[in-house]
Design a protein around this ligand. Sequence first.
Ligand code: CP
Ligand code: NVA
Length: 320
Amino acid sequence: MKNLLSLETLAASDMRSILDRVAGFKSARTTHARPLTGQTWALIFSKSSTRTRVSFEVGLRELGAEVLFLNANDIQLGRGEPIKDTARVMGRMIHGAVIRTFAQKDVADFAQFSGIPTINALTDDEHPCQILTDIFTFEEKTGRRIEGSVVTFVGDAACNVPASWIFAAAKLGFELRLAAPRAYWPSPEILARAGAGATADWTKRPDSTTERMTAGIGTIVLMTDLKLAAKQADLLYTDVWVSMGKEAEAAQRIAELTGYQINAGLIQCAKPGVAVMHCLPAYRGKEIDDATFEAHADLIFTQAENRLHTQKAIVDWMVA
Ligand code: CP
Ligand code: NVA
């Protein structure tokens, strides 16, 4: 039985096996096979969602399943029933689960104790479905594989979305530049887990403004200078400055991340025709300005649509 708990634990060959399926689901949306016919899957969400919820509800139905959406606060989990007990109940009744929550351990525990295919639909640590979608979208737009490309992430480089990008870069082999103030660089622990070895601990070099390291077959570059980070980039990518669960830090984050924005000036530094993507929701005037967002809206909303097709490919890979 397969799970999708993180990109850290997903082999490169499995990433490719998923990515290779997506175009087929996209082009044959209404005529593809329905491998989940007769099954019931549950979405168990402890955080808000528009794209992930809708794309999984629609996608699982189009694959033949019945779908339950369970807000974690509406079930006993929200009153303190342990995740392992919730998992053991669900595992006896349903066929698969899609979980959005805070702790990565909760998704891992659910998978272990339920014994049914389990998908991480975002935790504090990772957002694997998003980054698989983003890679598909980049490759669909450019017509070439992401291997060897330069991806520049701008903003809070210490949250879940850049963490999944780090593991993808290390496994597939591209250069990921993370442009952020040092306080928002990813932890040495995550970099070490991605294979960055002795170079991972950038905190030992308190004055450095650029840290370049090999991780797996990829390259990770931590940078404070976002214009340098954007130089010759193939993809400029951003995410919110205030992730879910960090609302109490909103004012401080906005103050400290101001300037780490995708805008026309930054696009000038990148490769001509650079792809601009955003996982959404977007906060205009913060991580991206309105004119740049609207100029790239077609790709950004194709990226959002591709959540549907990519997640069907993930589920198909899991149950194959
Ligand atoms: N990008 C993303 O996961 O969006 P939602 O939070 O709306 O699901
Ligand atoms: N980093 C963001 C991603 C939203 C899709 C968050 O966790 O809120």
